[in-house]
Design a protein around this ligand. Structure first.
Ligand code: BES
Ligand code: ZN
Length: 436
């Protein structure tokens, strides 16, 4: 019985594919040291061709929620990442072991070739250096738009957030390769287009991906003063019940991540209803194919980087409607995010949402789309619904429904409010001044 439960849970872990599935006996992968040691214990002949260290921020143990936002509340962790070639069956066993022994998903990333594995690693390695570059581009984090933000906060409606979660979780699934996943993305595009109707400063577009049918969706409000400076709020529109997800699988993904899309769509609705005009360009993104290796956001962030786009800040909303424990409302994820911008997000909560408790935690790996932006040197933050220890155990199962959140969207509303403060405070100044 125990074994069955474990293997069912393992199926719920999405394999971390950097490319569409790769066939063949030997597969190039990269993985963290904990997973690598598990693999070596089972298969001593498996050896990395190269290994590199990546430094990430983690919370310092024993720090009070009050200390979040201070440099003393953080320390660094070194993640050793290995590149190697393995057999497919070794990988399946590794997935199970990572789930059983390390109690998490995200054991490894599959790459199309050795060159691709190396490139991905180089990008990750550079992420701290590039985080410094992002700081150089970073805007003023002054909180000085109270007269705009405060009245807007009262406009956020739980009923709106709830109905969006319901609508998205009603699709059979939103997997990146199914007809339902495509329909959900197309419907989101049409909803956003209708919301923007009549505004010539807004474009709504579908970002197509070469290797799968589900498109990412982007709504962009052009900045009045510095249209080339971009503020992003994103979440993933896809859902999964693991690598065997197919046309007929039930994957409601109410929390993961209909909730994040619902929170960000409520920010959009409130801003549009009040006819808010940002000085910087403000973009809302629904990413395709997050659950199979952050693929949609990775393609978008890569394109923005290549085009030299100035993204001044990114907020990721992935899982916003399950409050794992009463002692925290918002958990700021410290790894693969930007510390300076996280301090700003904490300050926004203190200024505008003083009733909320903000704590911090680390995912342990590149767990969501914020990592795609961080990898390209952009400042990203990831406010999460719970601590990692108390996280929603029903994600990636057919039971990730609104019922798990008592058919309420009260928790997701907090993230809509936080997103609203982020959008207005960051998009209402411009341009970035030299030396800031
Ligand atoms: N929403 C999850 C990430 C998550 C889960 C964060 C639990 C914190 C706690 C996301 O959709 C996801 O499933 N990510 C994958 C990794 C991705 C690279 C495929 C995961 O965690 O396995
Ligand atoms: Zn997920």
């Amino acid at each position: 019985m125990k074994k069955l439960v474990l293997s069912a849970a393992t199926l719920a872990c999405a394999t971390f594919f950097a490319q569409a599935a790769v066939a063949g006996p030997k597969i190039w992968v990269s993985m963290g040291d904990d997973a690598y040691q598990l693999l070596r214990a089972a298969h001593p002949q498996a050896k990395s061709t190269e290994s590199h260290d990546v430094q990430v921020n983690v919370p310092r143990a024993g720090m009070l929620a009050k200390a979040v936002g201070s440099p003393e509340s953080l320390t660094t962790r070194t993640d050793r990442i290995h590149v190697l070639q393995v057999d497919e069956d070794q990988l399946h066993r590794l997935s199970t072991e990572v789930h059983e022994k390390l109690h998490r998903c995200g054991g490894y990333i599959v790459h199309a070739s050795r060159a691709e594995a190396r490139q991905s690693l180089q990008e990750l390695r550079g992420h701290l250096t590039r985080a410094k570059e992002a700081t150089a581009l970073a805007p003023s984090y002054a909180i000085d738009n109270q007269s705009t933000v405060t009245p807007l906060l009262t406009q956020v409606q739980e009923s709106q957030v709830l109905s969006t979660i319901q609508k998205l979780s009603d699709y059979q699934n939103r997997f990146y390769k199914t007809s339902h996943g495509t329909a959900a993305s197309n419907d989101l595009f049409n909803t956003w287009k209708q919301m923007a109707a009549g505004r010539t400063d807004i474009t709504v577009s579908q970002f197509a991906h070469k290797k799968w049918p589900q498109k990412s969706v982007i709504l962009s409000i052009k900045g009045t003063h510095a249209p080339d400076e971009i503020v992003v709020i994103g979440g993933h529109l896809d859902s999964t019940v693991g690598f065997l997800t197919g046309e007929n699988s039930r994957a409601p993904g109410a929390d993961d991540d209909a909730s994040g899309i619902a929170s960000l769509q409520e920010v959009m609705r409130v801003l549009l209803a009040s006819n808010y005009k940002p000085k910087r360009t403000l973009q809302f993104m629904g990413y395709a194919a997050e659950e199979v290796g952050l693929l949609g956001s990775d393609a978008i962030a890569a394109k923005y980087k290549k085009q030299g786009k100035k993204v001044v800040g990114v907020m990721q909303l992935d899982m916003t409607n399950y409050q794992g424990q009463p002692t925290s409302d918002i958990t700021l994820i410290t790894d693969y995010t930007n510390a300076a911008q996280n301090n700003f997000v904490k300050a926004l909560a203190t200024a505008y949402l003083p009733e909320l408790t903000v704590t911090q935690d680390a995912c342990g790996y590149a767990c969501s789309d914020h990592a795609s932006w961080t990898k390209r040197g952009y400042a990203a933050s990831f406010p999460f619904e719970s601590s990692l220890a108390a996280d929603n155990k029903l994600i990636h199962t057919p039971n990730d429904t609104l019922a798990k959140s008592n058919n309420s969207a009260a928790h997701a509303v907090k993230f809509a409010k936080l997103g609203l403060t982020f959008a207005v405070e960051l998009a209402s100044d411009a341009p970035v001044k030299a030396g800031q």
